[in-house]
Design a protein around this ligand. Structure first.
Ligand code: C2E
Ligand code: CA
Ligand code: CA
Ligand code: CA
Length: 275
């Protein structure tokens, strides 16, 4: 323990110090890394459980740094949002995703996560549009996932960015639905195509009656508003059975598959098409 200026003992929290140190390392690496080569994507299948078909994949970012090893997006995305690297990361990842998704059968869509900082940057939005157009990948097969944080930051700018995307012909889904503060306000004010119901509702669907009721009402809200609904984070057969009984149609989660390498995703997509 150290002494502070007034002579009192500062409780030295080793965990906190370690975390801060790691954060600095990741931040430093992020600035010097050859992100073009070190970033890659895994693809988690999205299933229609009415016919057990893989209808699309969500692209999930991974970063492999030589010194730090594999770093999850939960760790590096917030840091990149803080130091301004996120826009570049989005562009690198989207280019990769579009070229990998081009090898999928035509019925399979690509779902790609955008950061609130991407929607806040007019320049980034224009570059995203150029990337999509230059790729030759049908915009109808692209879905961008956004969170309500994007909208809270700057409502007018977010609306403008979403309008650009919808004009491009892509669909847009609201991610992590139910975890924010005023999701319902946004659902009807934004040009959305789908809602992704957060996995926190699924994980206690069998032990908290309220969670099942919330899922039921969100599913019915989606039907009323003509929005697609995707349920995230299905981990067990039991959860799946309950969700089926509640009327779920499109789901995603470890029970079906972890995020897959591009090659594994491609062969799943090809098999799903043949079945
Ligand atoms: P998210 O968009 O909500 O993505 C879902 C996360 O849940 C992924 O973690 C996925 O691997 C994980 N997951 C999927 N099924 C299950 C399940 O059944 N159980 C559990 N416990 N987890 C499941 P991941 O890949 O670590 O990504 C974490 C977050 O990082 C994402 O949450 C998203 O917010 C962000 N992220 C990932 N890729 C990108 C990206 O390319 N761009 C941006 N801006 N953010 C990204
Ligand atoms: Ca997502
Ligand atoms: Ca989510
Ligand atoms: Ca999330």
């Amino acid at each position: 323990a150290k002494r502070d200026r007034r002579g009192g003992v500062v409780v030295f929290n080793a965990d906190q110090a370690e975390r801060l140190d790691r954060q600095r390392q990741v931040e430093g690496a992020l600035l010097s890394a050859d992100l073009d080569h070190q970033l890659f994507l895994l693809y988690q299948p999205i299933f229609d459980i009415r016919d057990n078909r893989c209808v699309g994949f969500e692209a999930l970012a991974r970063w492999h740094d030589e010194r730090l090893g594999l770093i999850s997006p939960g760790e590096f995305v917030p840091i990149a949002e803080h130091n301004g690297r996120i826009n570049l990361i989005t562009r690198i990842l989207l280019a990769k995703a579009l070229s990998e998704a081009k090898t999928w059968p035509s019925g399979t869509y690509l779902s790609f996560n955008l950061s609130p900082h991407d929607l806040a940057s007019a320049d980034t939005m224009l570059r995203i549009i150029s990337l999509v157009q230059a790729s030759g990948f049908d915009p109808c097969r692209i879905n961008f996932e956004i969170t309500e944080t994007a909208v809270i930051r700057d409502f007018a700018q977010a609306i403008e960015s979403l309008a650009l995307l919808r004009n491009l012909g892509v669909s847009v889904s609201l991610d992590d639905f139910g975890t924010g503060y005023s999701s319902l306000t946004y659902v009807h004010k934004l040009p959305l195509s789908k809602i992704k119901i957060d996995r926190s509702f699924v994980s206690d669907v069998n032990c908290r009656p309220a969670s099942a009721k919330i899922i039921t009402s969100v599913l019915s809200l989606c039907r009323e508003l003509d929005l697609g609904a995707i349920i995230e984070g299905v981990e067990t057969q039991e959860e799946l059975e309950t969700l089926k009984a509640l009327g779920a149609q499109v789901v995603q989660g470890y029970y079906f598959s972890k995020p897959l390498t591009p090659a594994a995703a491609r062969s799943l997509a090809l098999n799903a098409g043949a079945a």
